[in-house]
Design a protein around this ligand. Structure first.
Ligand code: ADP
Ligand code: ZN
Length: 762
């Protein structure tokens, strides 16, 4: 069999995803590889597929018992002989596994790194033909990373001792530059083929909500997602208990997990969740490591987490199967206080010097601030996340909570000037609370102590609320008009850009979510709740989908495996679309390989035949091409578009009169351009234009290009672009680092506006 046949016959897929083929080819040619791909990108196939084509055994080193078990179970489902060897087995079982291994019964063997040192295992490895050693979660080898595991260092020695050096392949979802270097270097990869695909998880929808009553929001959300699997993360055990009580009292099939429960109960609850007996999990961040449940449709944060690293990891547990899934963070200012308290009381691990402790405290505070800014920003959330991790998006994704929310803009330039002069007048010695309190003319004991009433700025914004002034400051920080010191005092400082406000003609625009009566309410809740994987299915299609899901649950119980391992939701949706009646047709469904066909095919075919009376029906919206495409890759988008609209909206374009109203500025950023353009349209009839749309046009016309340097997208302006009025300029990221971005001067703005008048292409 060649690799495409293996992909289809064993795994049931028609084509490779981004990056997979390159890595597989390299391995098959005997070259080491390092794959850095986000969760759900499909790393497993990159080593499992070549493992089947290579002559000998592939050894996969994996840090967690639960992960190994999951992978081996999944391989058995597709008919691949695999085993794991770890401390969950008895000595007798281990001996048996090694014996079978030596007899060539397994193509793939998973082991924990500790195992590599044992005599029995070394003996075994010396005797058999090892074609490849794969290091999963390879970032564990780096001391720079968060999850360093000393035992990973043993891999190097192990490989060195082998009679013949196998191909080495290493995979991880999280690697910064330093960690990447470390992996290649420490593991001793030889001229490896390195592949870095972006951090972006396209099938995840991000949103921040600030509901007055979190419990009500949560209940409504979970009810709206009945039948789907989700995690609700809380900051404390107490919150977990309260939320768990709330949900279970309303009949939600829910379970819970936190460090205060007995080990046994934790284990049992985790299984209830994985096997879909209780598809909703309420947990602290103690839950999730090693959970490979791929059909988690939402991750809701009841409290804001302590850092973006935590947030992205936890939220990232949604949608590993590539289906549209949601990550919604419920923010309240109270969360900041809870987290500060938790951080200040966390165990430091002992033995740290006061300096180290202080440094750690500062780092924690900075990270917390990044999270707060994430909750406050009105700009694209996906963009915010990607930038934080050092990647460059294209301004606005068009599909996160903020990109989809309509905002009202108010000009707060005067307020911003007052803030700037207050900060300077106070000689940059105070933080947000004192500055805001001073401007709002507050009279508290603390402010009196600082003697703030002596400043000219005192009470200058007294007709604004304290919260209103803070909002202005937050926006200034976000746009780099002010900065904060990176210590626990977080003092407000002027920046290079402050002058643009005080002396230049920069403006500060505040954006607030538009509230439009009852209708707006509806979209508000519907926004997070409305987008589902099975969106391409019409009501008949959904009916079939739920029937097939029931069958899947039933089979899963019989077999004692989690339902997602039988078939993914995506496979079920594809079955509903294609309605296969026989073997050949069923094998065309994505995710159905020979082995799964043999095991479950008849039962699914029967259900489908019964449901349709053996006449194919139209079970989806739109064209078949779209629906089929919707089952791999484009699923999120296809689904989203059909659902969101009440009547179809036209692609964005402008009439000449509308375009005449464009607020030209000396210079602006892509997002600002997109927002200003979108504001000119008739929102009931026309879609918004996003920064990404505009950027695509500019790229197509050769004004700009994007190039990936070390896994980071860098924008470049061509000569043509420079002539048209594009220029690179510095911005300050949420993290406080400076980066380059494209600015558009008035000439460029005019050209872009003209583009949208002339043609209705976008
Ligand atoms: P990762 O290890 O990168 O988190 P997985 O290997 O678990 O991702 O793959 C995520 C999902 O994508 C799995 O359900 C897998 O079967 C599916 N998948 C992987 N490669 C393909 C492909 N080429 N076509 C369709 N689905 C794929
Ligand atoms: Zn966005």
């Amino acid at each position: 069999m060649d690799k495409l046949e293996v992909l289809k016959k064993i795994f049931g897929y028609d084509s490779f995803r981004e990056g997979q083929e390159l890595l597989i080819d390299s391995i098959l040619r005997g070259r080491d590889v390092l794959g850095i791909m986000p969760t759900g990108a499909g790393k497993s196939i990159c080593y499992q597929l070549p493992a089947l084509l290579l002559p000998g055994i592939t050894l996969v080193i994996s840090p967690l018992i639960s992960l190994m078990k999951d992978q081996v179970q999944a391989l058995k489902q597709v008919g691949v002989a695999a085993a794991y060897i770890n401390s969950s087995l008895t000595e007798g079982q281990i001996a048996k596994a090694l014996e079978y291994g030596a007899m060539g019964r397994y193509k793939i063997i998973y082991v924990a790194p500790e195992r590599l040192e044992t005599y029995a295992f070394l003996q075994f490895a010396g005797r058999v033909e090892l074609s490849m050693v794969t290091v999963d979660e390879a970032h564990c080898i780096s001391q720079w990373g968060q999850d360093f595991r000393p035992s990973y260092l043993k891999i190097v020695e192990f490989v060195r001792r082998l009679p013949r050096r196998p191909v080495l392949s290493a995979f991880t979802a999280t690697a910064t530059g330093a960690v990447k270097e470390d992996i290649a270097c420490v593991l001793g990869l030889a001229d490896p083929q390195v592949l870095v695909t972006g951090f972006d998880r396209k099938n995840l929808y991000f949103a921040v909500e600030t509901p007055g009553k979190k419990d009500e929001y949560l209940l409504r959300y979970v009810k709206e997602h009945e039948g789907e699997s989700g995690i609700v993360y809380c900051a404390t055990r107490k919150n977990v208990e309260a939320v768990y009580e709330l949900l279970s009292s309303r009949g939600v099939p829910v379970t819970r997990y936190h460090a205060g429960l007995e080990n046994e109960e934790r284990q049992a609850n985790q299984e209830d969740f994985i096997y879909d007996r209780k598809p909703v999990m309420v947990a602290t961040n103690a839950f999730g490591m090693g959970i490979d449940k791929s059909d988690i449709r939402y991750v809701l944060h009841y409290n804001m987490p302590q850092s973006m690293e935590n947030y992205y990891q936890e939220a990232g547990r949604a949608g590993r199967d590539g289906e549209s899934s949601e990550c919604v963070l419920l923010y309240s200012p109270q969360d900041v206080i809870i987290n500060r308290f938790l951080l200040q009381n966390k165990e430091s691990g002992g033995g740290m010097s006061p300096e180290d402790l202080a440094a750690m405290g500062e780092r924690d505070e900075r990270r917390l601030q990044v999270m707060v800014n994430y909750c406050m920003t009105r700009n694209c959330l996906r963009e915010y996340i990607l930038r934080y991790f050092g990647e460059y998006g294209s301004g606005a994704c068009g599909s996160c909570g903020n990109c989809r929310q309509e905002f009202e803009e108010t000009d707060a330039t005067e307020e911003a000037k007052a803030v700037a002069s207050c900060v300077l007048e106070m000689r940059q010695r105070y933080g947000v609370n004192v500055v805001a309190g001073t401007l709002a003319g507050e009279d508290t004991a603390k402010l009196r102590e600082y003697g703030v009433s002596q400043y000219d700025a005192y009470g200058r914004l007294k007709d604004r609320s304290l919260g209103g002034v803070k909002e202005v400051i937050a926006q200034m920080l976000m746009e780099g008009f002010l900065a904060q010191t990176q210590d626990r005092y977080a003092l407000l400082k002027a920046t290079a850009r402050t002058k643009e406000l005080t002396e230049g003609d920069a403006r500060l625009i505040l954006k607030r979510p538009k509230r439009v009566g009852a209708k707006g309410q509806e979209t508000d809740s519907g926004k997070a709740g409305g987008r589902r994987k099975s969106d391409i299915l019409n009501s008949r299609g959904l009916e079939l989908f739920y029937m097939l899901r029931e069958l899947r649950t039933q089979i899963a119980r019989e077999e004692g495996v989690p339902p997602y391992m039988i078939f993914s939701d995506r496979t079920l949706v594809d079955m509903c679309v294609k309605q296969p009646f026989d073997r050949r047709e069923l094998l065309e469904v994505t995710g159905v390989g020979e082995n799964k066909y043999g095991r479950y095919g008849q039962r699914f075919l029967e259900k489908i035949r019964e449901f349709t009376g053996e006449t194919k029906e139209k079970t989806y919206f739109g064209e078949l091409g779209e629906a089929a495409a919707g089952t791999e890759g484009a699923s999120g988008r296809a689904g989203r578009d059909t659902r969101k609209r009440s009547g179809p909206k036209a692609e964005f374009s402008l009439t000449a009169e509308q375009a005449a109203g464009f607020p030209y500025r000396e210079s602006c950023l892509l997002t600002e351009l997109a927002v200003a353009l979108s504001d000119l349209r008739d929102p009931d009839r026309m879609k918004k234009v996003t920064g990404a749309d505009i950027f695509r046009y500019l790229t197509a016309e050769g004004y700009v290009s994007e190039k990936r340097v070390d896994g980071i997208w860098k924008k470049r302006i061509s000569e043509k672009g420079t002539e048209a009025g594009l220029r690179m300029g510095l911005r300050v990221s949420a993290k406080g680092t400076e980066y380059e971005d494209v600015y558009y001067d008035e000439r460029a703005q005019r050209m872009i506006v003209a583009h949208f008048i002339q043609e209705n292409r976008y």
